[in-house]
Design a binder for this molecule. Structure first.
Ligand code: PHE
Length: 355
C-alpha cells in the first residue's frame, strides 16, 4: 500500500500541474473519486487492527481533506484564468475611429429623438408598450365599445384567435400605452410614447406600419389651455420657426372635447413651407381625456383630469426634411438612407439646434 506521504506528494503535484478545469477534475477523480486511490485506501481500514486504524484513519482523512482543499484552490485559480482568457479575446478598442460613412440614423429615429428632446424640456418622460396588443388596451378601455364603428375605421390587423376566440391586434395607435400607464402609475403623469403602429393601408401617404408619438398628462388641474400651449410650443420648437396653428373640433372616443391641430403652410414650387401661408395642414389629434377612460383605469374623474395627443412621426419627418413619398422611408434602400439619414454621432439638443 502506497504510503500517505507519497500519495500526498504525487497528487499535490498533479493538482498544481493541472492546466485547465477538465484536467483538474481528472486528477480529483483519480484521487478522491469513488474508485480513486485515496478512497480505495480508506476502504482497507475495515481490515486493519484497532491500533493500526487509530493511526491510519485520521491520517487518511487528513489526506483526503488536504487534497480536496488543494483542488478547490486550484479551481479558483483556473476559473479566474478562463475568465481572463474570455475577456482578453473579447476586448473592444474604444479608441478606434468610427467610420461615420457606414451607417446613418433613419429620419424617423432622428425625428423621434428631436420630439423626445422638446418634450423632455416640458417635463415629459418616455414610456413604451407592446406592438401586439389585446382588444382591451387598444379599444375597449379607450372607450370604443364592442361593435363601435370606429374600430373598423382603424383598418386593424388581427392575429389568429386563441383558444378562447380572443384576437390580439397589431396596435392601431400608441393610445393603448395611455391605458397601461394610467393602470400602473399614480398621477401626476406626464409621458410621451414613441412607437410603431399598424393599419391595413398603403399609398403615397400611408404605409401599413408607421410611427406615432402619443402624449398624456394626468393630474388634478390640467385643462385645455395647457393642451394648446404645450402643442403650440412643440410645433414651433420642432420646425424651428414661428408656426401659426389652429384647433378644429373633432371626435375621438377617448377624448372629450377632441380636436385636430392644423399648421399654416404654403407651397412654393415643389417645396412645402411650414409656418405661414394660406393653407392649413392637419398634423395631430388631441383632446381632454374622456371620463370613461379615467374610470376604466381606476381613476376618479371628479379628482383627476388631463389631456392626450397623438401625432404621426413619419409625416412630420417628411414635412420637416422634404421627402416626397412615405413608402421610400421603409424600403431599406441604402442610397436613400445615405442621402436622408443623419449622423449617429450628433445628438439633437435644444441649445445647439435639433438637427
Ligand atoms: N390615437 C389617435 C389616432 O391614432 C390620436 C389621438 C391620440 C387623438 C390622443 C387624441 C388623443 O388617430
Amino acid at each position: 500500500m502506497a504510503d500517505i506521504e507519497t500519495l500526498k506528494t504525487k497528487y499535490a503535484g498533479e493538482i498544481e500541474a493541472a492546466a485547465d478545469l477538465a484536467a483538474l477534475d481528472a486528477v480529483r477523480v483519480a484521487a478522491l473519486g469513488k474508485k480513486g486511490e485515496v478512497s480505495l485506501q480508506m476502504r482497507t481500514l475495515g481490515q486493519m487492527s484497532v491500533d493500526e486504524k487509530k493511526i491510519k484513519g485520521p491520517a487518511l482523512n487528513g489526506l483526503k481533506n488536504e487534497l480536496a482543499a488543494l483542488v478547490e484552490a486550484r479551481k479558483t485559480v483556473l476559473e479566474g484564468k478562463a475568465l481572463n482568457a474570455v475577456l482578453a479575446s473579447e476586448t473592444l478598442d474604444m479608441s478606434l475611429p468610427v467610420s461615420v460613412k457606414t451607417g446613418t440614423l433613419h429620419p424617423v429615429m432622428q425625428v423621434m429623438e428631436e420630439m423626445a428632446v422638446i418634450f423632455a424640456d416640458q417635463g415629459f418622460s418616455v414610456a413604451e408598450g407592446p406592438d401586439i396588443e389585446d382588444d382591451f388596451h387598444n379599444f375597449t378601455a379607450l372607450n370604443f365599445p364592442p361593435g363601435h364603428p370606429a374600430r373598423d375605421m382603424h383598418d386593424t390587423f388581427f392575429l389568429k384567435p386563441d383558444e378562447n376566440g380572443e384576437k390580439m391586434v397589431l396596435r392601431t395607435h400608441t393610445s393603448p400605452v395611455q391605458i397601461r400607464t394610467m393602470m400602473s402609475q399614480k398621477p401626476p403623469i406626464r409621458i410621451i410614447v414613441p412607437g410603431r403602429t399598424y393599419r391595413c393601408d398603403s399609398d403615397q401617404t400611408h404605409t401599413p406600419m408607421f410611427h406615432q408619438v402619443e402624449g398624456l398628462v394626468i393630474d388634478k388641474t390640467t385643462h385645455m389651455g395647457h393642451l394648446k400651449g404645450c402643442l403650440m410650443d412643440f410645433v414651433s420648437s420642432f420646425f424651428e420657426t414661428d408656426v401659426e396653428t389652429r384647433f378644429r373640433p373633432h371626435h375621438f372616443p377617448f377624448t372629450e372635447p377632441s380636436a385636430e391641430m392644423d399648421v399654416r403652410y404654403e407651397r412654393v414650387g415643389d417645396e412645402i413651407r411650414i409656418g405661414q401661408g394660406d393653407k392649413w395642414m392637419e398634423i395631430l389629434g388631441c383632446g381632454m381625456v374622456h371620463p370613461n377612460v379615467l374610470i376604466n383605469c381606476g381613476l376618479d374623474p371628479d379628482e383627476y383630469q388631463g389631456f392626450a395627443f397623438g401625432m404621426g412621426v413619419d409625416r412630420l419627418a417628411m414635412l420637416k426634411y422634404g421627402m416626397p413619398d412615405l413608402r421610400d422611408m421603409f424600403a431599406g434602400d441604402g442610397r436613400w438612407l445615405e442621402h436622408y439619414g443623419f449622423s449617429p454621432l450628433l445628438q439633437a439638443n435644444l441649445a445647439t439646434g435639433l438637427s
